[in-house]
Design a protein around this ligand. Sequence first.
Ligand SMILES: [Fe+2]
Length: 293
Amino acid sequence: MSLADRKTLFHEMCSGPDCRMELLGSQGLIAVTSIHKLQGFDCYAGGPLTRLRYHANTFRIAAGERSLTPNGMMVPSRESSLEFNVLCREFYSIVAGLGIEDFVSCWNVPPNLRVKGDNPKAGGPRDTAHKHSDAWIGENPRCVTVMAFLSGCGPDNCVQFYEPSDAFQESWLEPKTYSDGKSLAEGEYSPLDYVPHDGDLVLADFSTIHCSHRKPGAGPRLGIDTTFGIKGPEQIASETSFVRKWRGQRATWDVVKGLGQTHLFVFPNRADEWVDCEGGRKQAVNCQVRRLV
Ligand SMILES: [Fe+2]
């Protein structure tokens, strides 16, 4: 798919009548809005950002610090499954306020709750501090990254985004190690003049790259990140048919909108069980999507 086609599709998604995203950069392949503008599932007092923070911290306490991966993901388990499902229900209800449903072919689940603070496990070849596209870990290149910045975000602890040059080719998105992608990232990508802040919700086409940035001593940053398949040419056709093999789980809008009512994320592993992330090619979690009714 050409860069021009990617831009056309991304602009179309972000310019719908109900979508209040602002396109960033010269390519317009990254867009931002404020969680404050999105309604969400209104069963608790406070705005949507307050509710997301509340549920994120409730899950974080239930999961415990031992469930933190080297990249700061809090791994849901059998013990923290209720709190995680409630958090996800709130997250997807807020994302539904973007009005992008017609452009989503599937969600890659579960989403990640990440804590980016002092982490003795941090480091390694798949450290998110290295510039990367989420396609490089083997995800389908017809996807979009979603990031919700909940707390602790600012110039000293944030995510930096980069957009591709006009020479972009789909082959740039083939799976590779972050060190193999380094020369591509430094030669063909330009930094975006944007620093995310608490309450920002960002969509980024997979042709862009990003990295986490944290200065030593900066406080912890809390956020949710995930990806979805975007409709259009070469889209991910269904949960079982897609261009590239992916070891994670897919879910439709109906599934994520029905969490707690018609569907549930189930985690068979206990918190003290180790789940193989296969060198970073899959999430360090086993998630099953169960139908309730
Ligand atoms: Fe990433």
